[in-house]
Design a protein around this ligand. Structure first.
Ligand code: NAD
Length: 451
């Protein structure tokens, strides 16, 4: 690679800036973070309008709250200073420390489903850690992509930060370049492509991917509360959320109680005609609409099920009689459809979860803490949330990331800073005291070897 690649010049320019050391001083990083903060403040309305129109004119979708929450912590640069570490006998008089070095030139690739959040949150960490950054928003959400590409460069230092507008073919070319770190958010299948491209240069990656998040509902719980919490998590952003509960696992008896409670919750949230609700948007594109519509053929719709192709509308839907082998149980739904799979008990639910790819999050509902803990203990997933949905993501004190098929690495809060930081182990010795260390040099006499 190199000659002929349309992005080689841009990458070289950022590499030159990186090598100049411009992004390393704390004052520089803080100034850039403050500029990013001004972007968020001054463009807040534009961001809300762009994301709302990209996601079907919906209110209360993924806006600026996340980046705002992360910004103050990023600006504090809490862990940027070197950490001094314990020493052994022969290094007692020396300096041993871990330096928090930036990686260099970082590429951030974002999906469409919360188009601003998934760009800005990693960007904050990458800047705080002192990197140069190329950001590639999703081409699917045109308004958000344009806003980021047009407005962000007028706030940030263009020697160090750039926005690339690219579809699949262009992103493939972009990925031919050698980056020092790649932070990818998107589907598990694209994650594999990105990791393969990164492997050519041995570039480290964070992969924030998707998957099917199970939601176990035990027989002992407040059904109304569970229904509201599950419906909110499933239908928020029309189900186009990586941490949405993808399917419910519960007993036949619980299913009977849950269905009327889910119907009530959906009507409370979106009214009798969700298509007219200002709080319920649309599927992002035709391809995704057709994909989700096909998935509706699994099982039987007992709530919702209506679709309107012209508007890319799919009603909040609950499916029953779903078999584990049905198409809807083979892929991440990423739409407003909630299948219920019945299981005999918590053990069967745990076996079901463990027989599949590791999810981004496992949800468990029970008024008995022992049951929640049992699901936590015996499953493996990127994150976990007991007795609610989505809320774990609001805590910047928790690492956020997947495991196995749902991703690699973690971010949010201080973890974002760590992700974009190389922990460089350093020992700085004095020039003297040679006699003390002469034992280590050959020739190794019997005496030196202690024989
Ligand atoms: P996607 O994988 O189709 O696209 C993500 C990004 O990759 C886009 O910017 C796209 O332009 C780019 N891309 C597409 N094809 C590519 C290729 N061949 N090579 C390189 N880059 C390519 O994902 P999407 O449909 O935009 O987003 C939905 C997915 O993202 C879901 O699976 C969801 O779970 C996941 N997601 C995960 C998180 C998380 O934090 N774990 C957050 C949001 C979304």
């Amino acid at each position: 690679m190199g000659r002929g690649n349309p992005y080689a010049g841009l990458v070289r320019r950022l590499q030159a800036t990186w090598l100049s050391g411009k992004t390393r001083p704390m004052e520089y990083r803080v100034a850039q973070l403050e500029a990013l903060g001004r972007f968020l403040d001054e463009k807040k309305q534009d961001i809300l309008e762009a994301t709302a129109s990209d996601m079907g004119k919906v209110r209360g979708g993924p806006g600026t709250g996340g980046p705002h929450g992360q910004r103050s912590r990023g600006a504090a640069l809490p862990t940027a200073l070197p950490t001094h570490v314990d020493k052994n006998l022969v290094t007692q008089l020396d300096s041993a420390f871990i330096r928090k070095d930036p990686y260099g030139v970082v590429l951030i690739i974002a999906p469409w489903n919360c188009p601003i959040y998934v760009i800005l949150v990693p960007l904050i960490g990458a800047i705080a850690a002192g990197n140069c950054v190329i950001v590639k928003p999703s081409e699917m959400t045109k308004n958000s992509e344009r806003l980021v590409a047009e407005a962000l460069p007028s706030y940030l230092d263009n020697d160090c930060f750039a926005v690339v507008m690219a579809g699949v073919q262009e992103t493939t070319r972009l990925l031919e370049n050698k980056f020092d770190y790649i932070f990818f958010t998107g589907s598990s299948s694209m994650g594999r492509i990105v990791m393969a491209a990164a492997a050519k240069h041995l570039t480290p990656v964070t992969l924030e991917l998707g998957g099917k998040n199970p939601c176990y509902v035990s027989d002992t719980c407040d059904v109304q509360n569970v229904a509201r919490r599950v419906a909110w998590g499933r239908f928020f952003n029309m189900g186009q959320t990586c941490i949405a509960p993808d399917y419910v696992l519960c007993s036949v008896e619980m299913q009977e109680k849950l269905l009327p409670a889910l119907r009530e919750a959906i009507t409370d949230f979106y009214g009798p005609k969700p298509q007219e609700s200002p709080d319920f948007g649309r599927i992002v594109g035709d391809k995704h609409f057709q994909r989700v519509q096909m998935l509706l053929r699994s099982g039987r719709a007992v709530i919702g099920g209506q679709t309107d192709e012209k508007e890319r509308y799919i009603a909040p839907t609950v499916l029953v009689d779903v078999l584990p082998s049905d198409p809807i149980m083979q892929e991440e739904i990423f739409g407003p459809v909630l299948p219920i799979v019945t299981v005999a008990n918590v053990d069967e639910a745990i076996d079901f979860i463990n027989s599949r790819e590791r999810p981004l999050v496992v949800y468990a509902f029970s008024s008995d803490d022992k049951v929640v803990n049992q699901v936590l203990e015996r499953t493996s997933s990127g994150g976990f949330c007991g007795n609610d949905t989505l809320m774990h993501v609001t805590l910047t004190s928790l690492p956020f990331g997947g495991i196995g098929n749902s991703g690699l690495g973690r971010y949010h809060g201080k973890f974002t800073f760590d992700t974009f930081t190389h922990h460089r182990g350093c020992l700085h010795r004095g020039m003297g005291r040679e006699a003390l260390i002469a034992l280590r040099y050959p020739p190794y006499s019997q005496q030196k070897l202690g024989l």
